[in-house]
Design a protein around this ligand. Sequence first.
Ligand SMILES: [Zn+2]
Length: 346
Amino acid sequence: MAPWFSEGESIDRQKFITLLNVYPSDPELNLLLDQAVRITKVDSRQDLYPLFSVCPAGEKSNLAHTDIKDFTYWNALTPPGYSVSWKSPQAQSDINLSYQMVESRLSTHIELKGSILNGICFKAGIPLARAVITLTHELAHYVDHQMTIKDNMLQYADAQNFASEVLYAKGGEYAAYQMQMKTLRALQKEFQIDESELNISRLSAFFDHDGRVINPEGLETFILSDYPSGLGYAKTFKLEYREQLIRSEKSLTSLIDWLTGGLAQSIQTNITKFSRTAREYEDILPQWSAAKRTPEQDRKYAEMLVKYEQTKSWVKFYSTYQNDLYSNIGAINQRLSQTIDQIRNQ
Ligand SMILES: [Zn+2]
């Protein structure tokens, strides 16, 4: 079976088209490609080629790899009717590069989360059929990537629990291997494929002729257990569990620093500023007696009343915010100490 591309070759548009030319006609597999086109915001499948590259030489046994970066930014809550802007150059650049994003309004702050695809690489020299099935495996990771699965690490009882949640998550390895085998079976219906050249017989044994899993426990064990009997993911997931706990400890610490430092101060500044302005309006308004006002002054008076009400509502907003902030900081602190305990116990 001819290799899709050799060492030193790059994946250009033409190269990528050779792969699309043998892509199976199965609807589910085509939906996956369509989703990739949609989230990448390109016009056609051929335009997906810049996502792909050749894996650096010397990268161990992996045939392919998907590199996704998740990001989180925080912003203060804003009074109703005001939208948040994410101003820093880094945030702007991440937002522009992201392919999925979610903004959540919490009681202490607004959180912006997103994912950026750094790229998908294929190992040079893999056969064309292997490249196609690897493509759907990696696209499953890309399209269904769960950017919030590593939030709230304390929702997982332990490393074992985390490993199985990550394994079975949408866009996780279990789903990716299912997609991969579905692709192989679809290819086999359209072309003469010699499985022995694909080095996939052990994985293949867990699936039937239509690519359905016939031995789920066996497949789970195969993916999780150590080399050489399995694919070695349990080790990876457990290391990740610890790493993520350490990361969430760091992000909770910096969140608390930001909430108690800069944010609490700026809330206090706003309360003071808006209270002062509200008092100024209170001083001025009685002086504008209705009898002496011209129509133009009437209009200005009405405008002032609106601004006065708005200013008072902002004072109220920030005071409530401040109270919520301090009661939530306590809860975040508690999570932080639990995280530290869990890391120590690993
Ligand atoms: Zn994978």
